[in-house]
Design a protein around this ligand. Structure first.
Ligand SMILES: [Zn+2]
Length: 166
């Protein structure tokens, strides 16, 4: 075998392994909240839903029917930011605000969130501390790369159809 072939085998093998990991891992859906249309719930039927507790001043617990519908899907549900403003957790977050978001979540689903994913996956060391102090599990870039993560309303690059393939 020529040297040039060996040179390509390792990166190709790594990509192949990553594709398999993504294929076998539970699928996820980001940006689930009453104010964002989400046909992706049905199209991709993901295993894990990342819910925004209070998007554009629309607290989830005020949307009882929506809460029931989401609960009836029997999915694993995590908390995704509080309001999901741009790089929300790269800025100062007060412990009380985070707890208020967790309470919205609990008011809607009947239990406190046990895992958290920051909007745009951006979180400062201080805010990381605030989240971890609540006891929630923090998911970030590693989780995003090793899982197929779709977005409601197909709002992010890479688009959902590419996520589906890769
Ligand atoms: Zn998001």
């Amino acid at each position: 075998m020529k040297r040039v072939h060996l040179f390509w085998i390792i990166p190709l093998l790594l990509i192949f392994i990553l594709l398999w990991i993504r294929l076998l891992s539970p699928t996820e859906l980001d940006d689930v909240t009453p104010g964002i249309s989400c046909p992706e719930l049905e199209i991709y039927n993901p295993n894990i839903l990342w819910v925004i507790p209070n998007f554009e001043n629309n607290p989830i617990e005020k949307n009882e029917k929506w809460c029931e519908e989401i609960l009836s899907l029997n999915k694993t549900i995590g908390m995704h930011g509080i309001h999901h403003t741009y790089e929300e957790f790269n800025n100062e977050i007060k412990k009380e605000d985070l707890e208020e978001g967790m309470n919205e979540f609990k008011g809607c689903f009947g239990y406190s969130p046990t895992m958290f994913k920051p909007p745009q996956l951006k979180i400062s060391p201080e805010e990381e501390e605030v989240v971890l102090n609540t006891g929630m599990d923090l998911k970030g870039m590693f989780n995003q790369v090793t899982h197929k993560v779709y977005h409601c309303n197909d709002s992010t690059i890479p688009k959902n159809k590419w996520i589906k393939i890769f």
